[in-house]
Design a protein around this ligand. Structure first.
Ligand SMILES: Nc1ncnc2c1ncn2[C@@H]1O[C@H](COP(=O)(O)OP(=O)(O)OP(=O)(O)O)[C@@H](O)[C@H]1O
Length: 601
């Protein structure tokens, strides 16, 4: 193994980390106050880096204004303790809650913009907060700052009459950091962490699994704001004096740089980045005028040579599943899907759907019914509107006219995640997996809509959360076995052949225990063995009462599976019936099959 990766493994070891924490907690009594202050400052930076990592590294929402959260949390906790006499732990908890609330509100406009505009918006947030704390003199002390905040350094911070010394303050911070890191670790490995990452990689694919884009972004902003607020509360009491100059744009950039250099997406990386940027300024004191030039150079160096930051260099890899919690035996494949009754009943009814794209009519009055426990094939030449129909049913497009009824509800116009949560799961013509996730993580992500445990249970890894995760892991294992994917369980999907990626997407769709399954060219690029496996999976779904809509161009493949086939041309139905009839139908031959295909048949 690469020596750097060995080092990475060592620093991620719970024993080493635990040992270091115990040593630091004990050692705080034997070092000078400046060192203890530095350690406290390091903890604040680690928390801030984790805060930005949740938002930017995991959920993919860039933030250039994180010092805004730091300012809000610092002033809030200081005011609550100093002016309202709140005990210090409550003041810190309130600071976290207030910053989380601000994050939630900020997500409403920010959730609507991306990339450059999002960066600008977050920048504006940081600048507005900076100006507010400068101008709101009555509350914040304006440019003169807020003095006399109870602090362990001055011996003025008390908890129920106990004067907190700097060493004890450090120990309290250390325990809080350990708690935070453990909770974050559990959170990231849960379905919440996978949802955060999914909206980062593909909002459309996330929606098709029942992950709400807006809801997930709001949650990510609130969580990130909350963590920054926690750091801010500790910071305010640690320094005992805050001014707007501690919350400038440079501070926001510094926090982002720590996270980027440490390795966005990695929890361990944030500790490394924060450590570097806590100690570096000390070492660079002689060059303080050039400090930001040095930061800039580090950033350029890091982008060029270490795109995944220090975490990438040391090979520390954040996993998005609690794969070690697989408990019990891999269940029989038959039990992975619910057995649904009512075979033959109408499941989805598409009525007179029209879909226009600025002048182009992709669907022109399409009506179609898919029944429970049946497979409906959809064929037609390229551009005839098949994928558009799948997009309309699955909520990606709102039809220009017409309706879609699923079970007892009119779903046309529902957002994709709501349609998916109702039980409609689809695959895409080009597989939309999360390339950096393993096969197991991708398939597990399919079960998102079925999870019952909440964020707190996921973070503390409660018994109920463990049981549920174990159950879905076992079902994932059964699906991997059936799809012939077990050998790739821990491989990143992006590195695997195309056919395997398709099977992963189909297995992921089945992991959602769908009632209606929409498969868009699932057999394209599959080998014969892979196609056999795919057929077995589709048959299993059908036999469990799932209604399947299957788009494909392989006639032999369709012949094996479909109960009814519908042929489209130019957005209109030109044939409906069985496969044999379709092969002989002159309109279908003319528009789609051609003479050659029929003579082969
Ligand atoms: N978002 C969109 N904007 C504009 N035009 C679109 C959009 N989506 C589809 N179309 C057009 O609608 C028509 C139908 O496309 P669609 O992808 O549904 O066909 P298809 O039958 O699935 O073809 P293929 O077999 O190639 O996937 C095409 O002319 C396509 O260019």
């Amino acid at each position: 193994m690469n020596p750097l990766h060995m080092l990475g493994k060592a620093i991620s070891s719970p024993w080493l980390v635990g040992g270091l924490c115990v040593a630091a907690a004990a050692g705080a009594s034997f070092v000078d106050q400046g060192t203890v202050q530095m350690w406290c400052f390091l903890i604040v930076n680690i928390m801030l880096a984790q805060s930005i990592n949740v938002l930017t590294g995991i959920a993919g929402q860039i933030s250039l204004g994180h010092a805004g959260f730091l300012a809000i949390g610092s002033y809030a906790s200081a005011i609550l303790l100093k002016d309202y006499g709140l005990p210090f732990p409550l003041a810190i908890a309130a600071s976290a809650l207030i910053s989380a609330a601000v994050g939630y509100v900020l997500a409403i406009p920010s959730g609507r913009v991306r990339e450059f505009y999002l960066a600008m918006m977050s920048l504006a947030f940081g600048l507005i907060v900076y100006e507010l704390v400068r101008e709101w003199r009555g509350m914040t002390g304006g440019v003169m700052g807020m003095r006399g905040i109870p602090s362990p350094g001055l011996g003025t911070l008390e908890l129920f009459g106990w004067r907190i010394s700097p060493e004890w303050y450090f120990r309290i911070m250390l325990i809080s950091l350990i708690g935070l890191m453990l909770m974050l670790r559990n959170f990231v490995k849960s379905h919440f962490g996978r949802a955060f990452y999914a909206i980062h990689v593909s909002e459309i694919a996330a929606g098709s699994l029942g992950i709400s884009q807006g809801g997930t972004k709001r949650f990510a902003y609130a969580l990130s704001g909350g963590i920054a607020g926690l750091a801010a509360g500790f910071y305010a009491f640690m320094v005992g004096y805050i001014t707007p100059e501690s919350f400038t744009l440079m501070r926001s950039v510094e926090i982002l740089v720590m996270a980027v250099v440490g390795g966005l997406g990695s929890l361990v990386g944030q500790v490394l980045g924060a450590s570097l940027f806590t100690y570096l300024p000390q070492q660079l004191q002689a060059f303080s005028d050039y400090q930001y030039i040095v930061y800039g150079l580090i950033l350029v160096f890091s982008f060029t040579l270490l795109p995944r930051g220090l975490a990438g260099l040391l090979g520390t890899h954040t996993r998005y599943s609690k794969h070690d919690q697989l408990c019990g035996q891999v269940p029989d494949l038959d039990t992975v899907l619910s057995q649904r009754s009512g075979g033959g009943q109408a499941l989805v009814e598409v009525r007179d759907v029209v879909m226009n794209f600025s002048g182009l009519r992709a669907l022109d009055g399409v009506s179609l019914t898919v029944r429970r426990g049946t497979v409906t094939g959809l064929v037609g030449p390229n551009g005839s509107g098949k994928s558009t129909l799948v997009n309309v049913i699955s909520g990606i497009y709102t039809p220009t006219a017409g309706g879609v009824r699923f079970k007892d509800e009119e779903i046309a116009g529902w957002p994709a995640h709501r349609v998916a949560r109702a039980g409609v799961t689809r695959t895409f013509q080009d597989p939309r997996n999360v390339p950096s996730f393993s096969v197991r993580e991708n398939i597990l992500m399919g079960a998102h809509r079925l999870y019952a445990h909440g964020a707190f249970a996921a973070s503390v890894n409660s018994a109920a959360a463990r049981r549920e995760e174990g159950r879905f892991l076992a079902r994932t294992a059964a699906l991997m076995e059936a799809a012939g994917l077990s050998a790739y369980a821990d491989d990143p999907v992006g590195d695997l052949p195309y056919g395997i990626q398709r099977l992963v997407e189909v297995a992921r769709a089945l992991a959602s225990d769908p009632e209606l399954l929409l498969l868009d060219e699932p057999a394209a690029g599959l080998s014969d063995t892979e196609a056999e496996r795919l057929m077995a999976l589709v048959r299993m779904a059908r036999d469990h009462g799932v209604g399947v809509m299957l788009i494909d161009h392989h006639m032999d493949f369709l012949e094996e599976l479909v109960d009814e086939v519908v042929a489209f041309d130019a957005g209109q139905e030109i044939y409906r019936g069985d496969m044999a009839g379709m092969r002989d139908d002159p309109t279908v031959i003319e528009a789609y099959l051609g003479k050659e295909e029929t003579s082969h048949a």
